[in-house]
Design a protein around this ligand. Structure first.
Ligand code: AP5
Length: 211
């Protein structure tokens, strides 16, 4: 089972991914988390990605496709994986398709979390994330401890107003067309209302997958 979680920045992909993964019994892969881990480790991948990410631009497709190929060939992902924000351009969708076909698999569904820009700006303005495990929080101060792992909560650099504006523009220009690519290739695309209590959004997503 390979499921793509899709949506604007702040739509709630990172919040929903672990909840859906636990319910479905599959691991998650989030390219944003992988890239931030590489930046913290000071690796060549992190050095290449940092300036793109700080501005809110997309990291080059070649870098993302390298991460996807590596991850999907790992044993822990052999039974399926939930892809959180992994596909953001049409070339990435084409590249992922090639990899899954080579592995004899397919993308089962794309869950597109739907939310308007005003709500996104409100959510990201009050978000902090754990520096270690990347869990997102609302209304918690930077410097306090993560409930899950005890790590320190920080503000993300790309949650500054200018970077948020750029990320939303990048989404409209480069990422939104991916949905039509999947529709035209016969993949199930389900649009999920991403507003409301977190558990309600999870239930909507699981309901769509079961139907
Ligand atoms: P990434 O880390 O993936 O960022 P993003 O897609 O911009 O998404 P976010 O993490 O901002 O939001 P989210 O949808 O996960 O929402 P969250 O659950 O946190 O990527 C960062 C950067 O890495 C990109 O800009 C790019 O540079 C690079 N990158 C990554 N993948 C790439 C790729 N494939 N190609 C190229 N570049 C790539 O929720 C947001 C807030 O809302 C939180 O505070 C949360 O607590 C709250 N919240 C969640 N759900 C609800 C709810 N139902 N009600 C109220 N509040 C809620």
């Amino acid at each position: 089972m390979i499921i793509v979680l899709f949506g604007k920045p702040g739509a709630g992909k990172g919040t929903q991914a672990p909840l859906l993964a636990a319910a479905l019994g599959v691991p998650t892969l989030a390219t944003g988390d992988e890239l931030r881990a590489a930046i913290r480790a000071g690796s060549p991948l992190g050095l290449e990605a940092k300036s793109y990410m700080d501005r809110g631009d997309l990291v080059p497709d070649s870098v993302i496709l390298g991460i996807i190929k590596q991850a999907l060939s790992e044993q822990r992902n052999a039974g399926g994986v939930l892809l959180d924000g992994v596909v953001r351009t049409v070339p990435q969708a084409e590249g992922l398709d090639k990899v899954v076909v080579e592995l004899g698999k397919k993308v089962e569904a794309v869950l597109a979390f739907d939310i308007d820009d005003e709500e996104i700006v409100r959510r990201l303005a009050s978000r902090t994330v754990c520096e270690s495990c990347q869990t997102p929080y609302t209304g918690r101060e930077p410097g306090t401890a993560c409930d899950k792992c005890g790590g320190t909560l920080i503000r993300r650099k790309d949650d500054e107003p200018e970077a948020i504006r750029n990320r939303l523009e990048v989404y409209d220009r480069q990422t939104a067309p991916v949905l039509d690519w999947y529709r035209s290739h016969g993949t199930k695309v389900a649009v999920i209302d991403a507003v409301g209590p977190v558990q309600d959004v999870t239930a909507r997503a699981l309901g769509v997958l079961a139907s």
